[in-house]
Design a binder for this molecule. Structure first.
Ligand SMILES: NC(=O)C1=CN([C@@H]2O[C@H](COP(=O)(O)OP(=O)(O)OC[C@H]3O[C@@H](n4cnc5c(N)ncnc54)[C@H](O)[C@@H]3O)[C@@H](O)[C@H]2O)C=CC1
Ligand SMILES: O=C(O)C(=O)Cc1ccc(O)cc1
Length: 309
């Protein structure tokens, strides 16, 4: 058991991310009370069946009343609506944070509604899967993974440290950067890979000469990796695309240029060019593995922490 860090935590949205936080808080004993709020009665009922919190309500306003920490874990396009609902009911001194995959848009949607007497600190844990909903979450999801904060100028240092300590308690490494930079970095390392996956699986599905059953039957592991990403939640990824539009379009333009150059090299039989690129990219994979960021490894990141227990 860890120490109690907050008397009451309110979790707004209890899908993959919200429910993983809830499981960690429960396992580590980080709060006396955990209020869970979600829009749909069915999801709320499921959260209660899974005993993810101590109190349950469909009203986000009701949920935040006595909360010292409020964590908003909803698709980024729903951020403004949640901010509007909770703003008048927040406890003075409360920390309000989120987990959204895009940051400039979340800030634009939420910050204008936040009263002066709360600490609004946007965050983004770089951990997840292609699954969604309260049953998809699991304890330990955030262990040895980065959580990036994009604090606004003038953010209270003590509140920021307290929030970082909370994520450290979940096993995360913490980092800080401005929202625009976050959105550019994430556009290339997370958003584009998902868009490319949606696209390649869509292309395979549209082929007239290869049947769907052949795609399923003969799918090699490379294609299978894409289908995992392309199975990610459509609402979440629609919102990511719409709310990180500029950075994604910038990276897509670069990507298309490089793809055209690769296409030329194949057309003109430029083997050396292909070999040079494939060697360069292999080195990147090796540095990721060396840095201990290879989540495909069987006990990635778990070992060191488990030994510490
Ligand atoms: N899935 C992933 O791998 C990761 C997701 N994120 C971010 O975390 C946030 C939540 O994602 P997940 O937990 O994966 O999604 P999810 O689909 O599993 O859960 C979303 C939750 O938000 C609620 N919700 C949906 N629309 C809403 C609305 N209009 N108003 C209020 N509540 C609403 C749903 O009832 C559900 O409880 C998103 O912003 C996403 O970008 C961040 C890191 C990883
Ligand atoms: O499932 C995967 O491979 C992911 O990349 C999970 C993920 C999705 C969205 C995020 O903002 C962060 C992590």
């Amino acid at each position: 058991m860890g120490e109690i860090m907050f008397d009451r935590i309110a979790l707004i949205g209890i899908g993959l991310i919200g429910s993983s936080i809830a499981r960690d808080v429960r396992e580590l004993g980080l709060a006396r009370h955990v209020t869970i709020s979600t829009r749909s009665e069915d999801t709320l009922k499921r959260a209660e069946e899974l005993a993810l919190g101590t109190d349950y309500t469909v009203s986000a306003a009701e949920a935040v009343k006595d909360a010292d920490l409020v964590i908003v874990s909803v698709p980024v396009g729903a951020s403004e609506s949640v901010a509007q609902q909770i703003a008048p009911h927040l406890k003075p001194g409360a920390i309000v944070t989120d987990v959204g995959s895009t940051k400039a848009s979340v800030i634009a949607q939420m910050a204008p509604h936040m009263p002066d007497n709360v600490h609004f600190i946007p965050g983004h844990p770089l951990a997840g899967t292609e699954k969604s909903g309260p049953d998809a979450g699991f304890a330990g999801l955030f262990r040895e993974r980065w959580c990036i904060f994009t604090p606004l100028p003038g953010t209270d240092a003590e509140a920021l440290e307290k929030l970082k300590d909370f994520w450290r308690a979940l096993g995360s490494r913490v980092d800080e950067m401005d929202a625009e930079h976050h959105d550019k970095v994430l556009a290339i390392v997370s958003h584009l890979p998902h868009i490319i996956a949606y696209n390649i699986v869509g292309t395979a599905d549209d082929l007239e000469t290869v049947t769907e059953s052949e795609v399923i039957k003969y799918s090699a592991s490379g294609f299978r990796d894409f289908t995992r990403l392309a199975a990610s939640d459509p609402t979440m990824w629609r919102d990511v695309c719409l709310h990180n539009k500029d950075a994604i379009l910038e990276m897509l333009a670069r990507f298309s240029e490089d793809l055209a150059s690769l296409q030329r090299a194949i057309r003109w039989g430029e083997g050396d060019k292909l070999f040079e690129l494939f060697s360069r990219t292999r080195a990147i994979r090796r540095s990721i593995v060396q840095a201990g960021q290879d989540v495909d490894a069987p006990d990635f990141g778990r070992h060191a922490l488990d030994q510490k227990k």
